[in-house]
Structures are given as C-alpha cells and as structure tokens.
Design a protein around this ligand. Structure first.
Ligand code: CA
Length: 231
C-alpha cells in the first residue's frame, strides 16, 4: 500500500484537480496549497514525504518557496514549470529542487517522477551515510576511493571519479551544470561546462555498455545530468 504523503502546490485549479485525482487513484495521500505562503505553512506543519511545486504562484516565487523550505528540510521537491519558464526551472534545481516536470505533462510522467523520488527517499533513509554505494553492476567504495563494474575495477581519472561520486551521492536527483561544476572545480564558467561535457563522455565510455543509450547517467539537455537508480 502506498501511503506516501504528497503536498501539491498549484494555484491553477484544473491542474491541481488533475494531479490530486491521479494521486487518489494510485493510493497516495495528499494535501494541497494554492499559493506559496500556504505551501510553506503546510510543509512545516505536515512534513510531507514529497512536495510537488508549481513555480508560477500568485504570491511568492516558487524558487523562494524552495529556499525557505531548504532552510530547515531536505524533503524532496519536484517542480512543475511551463516551457517558457526554462530558466526558472534551472534556478529551482540550483535552489535545491530534486526534479522537474514541464507543463503539459501526462499522468504517467507524474507517477514516474514520484516513483524515482520515492526510490531516492528510501535510499536516503536506508544508507544515506553508507561507505559503499551499489547501483546495478556499479559499486563505488567511497572509503577506498575506487569504483567497480561487476568484478572489474573502473580505471577513472581523479575528475571522472569525483564526478561519479557526486552523481552517486545524489542518485535519482537532477544535478544542474552549475551545481556539478561548482562541486568539481569550485566555479562555473562556460569553459567549465564545456569541460564537463568532455569528462562526462569519457566517464560514460568506461561506465556504460552502450554510451549512446546510457543506463546509469541521464542527460537533461540544457539542464544537467542525473544518475538513475537501477533495479
Ligand atoms: Ca501557476
């Protein structure tokens, strides 16, 4: 039984109804908030498992809602944005959102994002501080500083290894170019984002059996990358 509690923040009543109907049919529990101030209030009083947050709200900006929730909580936040708000979506991820949906979205897409986030939640709860990360055939031994694919050790350069660890520690979460380059190089110039592409391609060549249809690392064009949790 699915008893995950979702906070739905959306000012547009038809979209809100579409979401809550889908949640109800799939046995999620939910609460709703029609604006940013009530979203912050509901988040703090009900401590939901996942927040679905529309970025275009009538009172305060969705990105500010994320910043305020992030002051006290790591609860997963999936943002919902219109296509015209692409820059806002990246701003939202940089402010600490976990994932995004672009309007118009299908119910299947919504449910798929929720499942990815739930899997990420269970990993965070089960072994958030584990020293070994296992995902499909990939194993990263943080303490020893090595990574394996099946039985074979992956021969990674220091930057490829750092990149792999960053993705692994945030498995299931979309990481923006800015976030990654800040973490790897401590800055985020255009040239760093270009280098990131090169390092990502070489990491994939070592990690993925088919680098052109990657299993482990998803590309989000114009946004960043995400490591998927494999079964
Ligand atoms: Ca809206």
């Amino acid at each position: 039984m699915n008893k995950t509690l979702i906070l739905v923040v959306e000012d547009d009543a038809p979209v809100r109804n579409l979401i809550t109907t889908a949640l109800r049919m799939h046995d999620y529990r939910y609460i709703v908030a029609p604006n940013g101030e009530s979203a912050i209030l509901e988040a703090s009083s009900h401590n939901p498992d996942i927040v679905l947050l529309d970025l275009g709200l009538p009172d305060i900006d969705g990105v500010d809602v994320i910043r305020r929730i992030r002051m006290w909580s790591n609860m997963p936040i999936i943002v919902i944005s219109a296509r015209s708000e692409d820059g806002d979506k990246i701003g939202a991820l940089d402010a600490g959102a976990d994932d995004y949906l672009t309007k118009p979205f299908s119910v299947e897409e919504l449910l798929a994002r929720l499942r990815v986030t739930q899997r990420r939640l269970s990993i965070m709860q089960a072994d958030g501080a584990a020293s070994v990360f296992v995902n499909g055939r990939l194993r990263v031994d943080f303490a020893a500083g090595c990574a394996y694919l099946g039985e074979a050790e992956l021969h990674l350069t220091p930057i490829e290894y750092k990149l792999l660890c960053l993705l692994a520690r945030n498995v299931g979460k979309v990481l923006t170019h800015t976030f990654i380059t800040q973490n790897i190089w401590g800055r985020s110039w255009d040239s760093d984002i270009a280098s990131l592409r090169v390092f990502m391609a070489s990491l994939r060549k070592k990690l993925e059996s088919e680098p052109d249809s990657p299993q482990y690392i998803q590309t989000h064009i114009g946004v960043g990358y995400r490591m998927m949790k494999l079964d």
